[in-house]
Design a binder for this molecule. Structure first.
Ligand code: KIV
Ligand code: ZN
Length: 513
């Protein structure tokens, strides 16, 4: 079955539902703009009824992001659909994605409704959504565990009511490729009006099969795949966009389908999502992990030198990996650093470049080699720290066995230097306590992660923190070869964002699904 597979990206909706992955509106817009460059067909921008923030983010994306269809999620009721319809109104191409569960488990325990009532609600929802747009998608939630005849009846009825896309979700990641392919084949063969709609799939990764199930569905005739960057999503996540797209491309011989994604934009997109959400990409992650194109074994290296295709089924360039891992050191000049940053897709203004270059020089003095990852962290942190209320001036921290961990911190707060000393459970805790005394704010530290950016004892350490101030959750990052300093910079980064964004920004996690 030839044709085009529509790529529906739900990083901003299902991806954002991943615990600890919430983003603010500006961050969502940056990701949406990246998705435009990636050339996805549909961006699911959020679930407008879930919170006022979600509504505003969907509305802002509908206003500001041009190109792909902008979709918003709505349960199968009038209030949700009206809210989605309004949020999406400014979009030139908009889609309402409405859903209701159809499996026996959900009907019995969650909805407490009969099959006939659910079917009627689905039809009514699609008709309601059509008042706002011709482009309506319907999902029978938990379709993979839904009794097949009933599933086919629902699909037929919603197409008749005006759904242009019917999405078959494996909501709990329960299915396996052979079975899921069969479900799609049954829908394609048994629903009489199936040719009037695009059949889509949406697979979760609870058994690690989301990509495999999505691809099996494509073989059976599905022509839209819903996926997320880096496979982010509820629980174990969703089918990963980069895996689906690169499978379709690498095995075009088998799928005989194309998609419009500009694969050379994949790496930058994956990196941006990881930077914004603070979710690290595992080294061995297919397509975008640090080891995806690394060859260590002697036999493999030997094969690669003779003929790349012996051990590589796709080129790093095809997914936009920087071409070489050129090593910069203390003799490198500003021009070389600027060029390398540009090759990594980072353009800095003169002021940020000067600061990044200063930090590069400091680091190059401490380390023999400065890797691409170090440079990226330096450049990103310079931009993030430009508009800061709290600037670190001085830090002295003491830790060790049988000592009371203490820290003295001096900050410039809106231009005025303030100093405090404090004790803590360790030197990082002591430094955080000193900052709390200076700022008069006591953020709750919810998550702390420290990692080495590159190899070696002299590696740059990067700290990621997630803190909560009132009901506002903030993510901060800091880097330094000194891990106490990196920890403090991350904490200050989060507090600077709090100051920059104002305290009224609620980031309520949705509770409605
Ligand atoms: O996993 C799921 O079933 C969903 C639906 C809302 C499509 O995310
Ligand atoms: Zn989902």
């Amino acid at each position: 079955m030839a044709g085009k597979v529509i790529i529906f990206d739900t990083t901003l909706r299902d991806g954002e539902q991943a615990p600890g992955a919430s983003m603010n509106t500006e961050e969502k817009i940056r990701i949406a703009q990246r998705l435009v460059r990636l050339n996805v067909d549909v961006i699911e921008a959020g679930f407008p009824i879930a919170s006022p923030d979600d509504w505003s983010a969907v509305n802002a994306i509908a206003r500001r992001v041009k190109g792909p269809v902008i979709a918003g999620l709505a349960r199968a009721n009038e209030k949700d659909i009206n809210s989605a319809g309004k949020a999406l109104k400014p979009a030139r191409r908009r889609r309402i994605h409405t859903f209701i569960a159809t499996s026996e488990i959900h009907l019995k325990y969650k909805l407490e409704m009969s099959r006939e009532d659910v079917l009627a609600m689905a039809v009514k929802a699609v008709k309601r959504a059509r008042r706002f747009t011709d482009d309506v998608e319907f999902s029978p939630e938990d379709a993979a565990r839904t009794e097949r005849d009933y599933l086919c009846r629902v699909v037929e009825a919603v197409i008749k009511a005006g759904a242009k896309t019917v999405n078959i979700p494996d909501t709990v990641g329960y299915s396996i490729p052979g079975e899921f392919g069969e479900i799609i084949a049954e829908v394609m063969n048994c629903v009489p009006n199936v040719d009037k709609a695009v059949i889509s799939v949406h697979c979760h990764n609870d058994l690690g099969l989301a990509t495999a199930n999505s691809l099996a569905a494509v073989i059976s005739g599905a022509r839209q795949v819903e996926c997320t960057i880096n496979g982010m999503g509820e629980r174990a996540g969703n089918a990963s966009l980069e895996e689906v797209v690169m499978s379709l491309r690498t095995r075009r011989d088998l799928f005989k389908c194309t998609c419009g994604v500009k694969t050379a934009e994949i790496y930058k997109t994956s990196k941006l999502v990881s930077d914004i959400t603070g979710w690290d990409i595992p080294r061995n992650k297919a397509v975008v992990g640090a080891n995806a194109f690394a060859h260590e074994a002697g036999i493999h290296q030997h094969g690669m030198i003779k003929e790349r295709t012996t051990y590589e089924i796709m080129t790093p360039q095809s997914v936009g990996w920087p071409e070489s891992r050129l090593v910069l050191g203390k003799h490198s000049g500003r021009h070389a650093v600027k060029k390398r940053l540009e090759a990594l897709g980072i353009k800095l203004n003169r002021e940020d470049l000067n600061k990044a270059f200063e930090r590069f020089k400091e680091l190059a003095d401490k380390k023999k080699e400065v890797f691409d990852e170090d440079l990226e962290v330096i450049a990103i942190s310079e931009v993030r720290h430009r508009l800061r209320t709290y600037q670190l001036v001085y830090l002295h921290a003491v830790g060790g066995r049988r000592t009371v961990p203490t820290a003295t911190v001096r900050l410039k707060v809106k231009g005025i230097e303030k100093q405090e000393a404090a004790c803590g459970d360790g030197p990082v805790d002591a430094a955080y306590n000193a900052v709390d005394r200076i700022s008069g704010i006591k953020p709750l530290l919810e998550e702390y992660k420290l990692k080495a950016i590159t190899r070696g004892r002299d590696a740059l350490g990067e700290v990621y923190v997630s803190v909560r101030i009132g009901n506002v959750r903030l993510i901060g990052r800091g880097s330094s070869t000194d891990i106490i300093e990196a920890s403090l910079l991350a904490y200050l980064d989060a507090m600077n964002q709090y100051q920059a964004e104002g305290v009224n920004r609620g980031r309520k996690k949705r509770d409605s699904m």
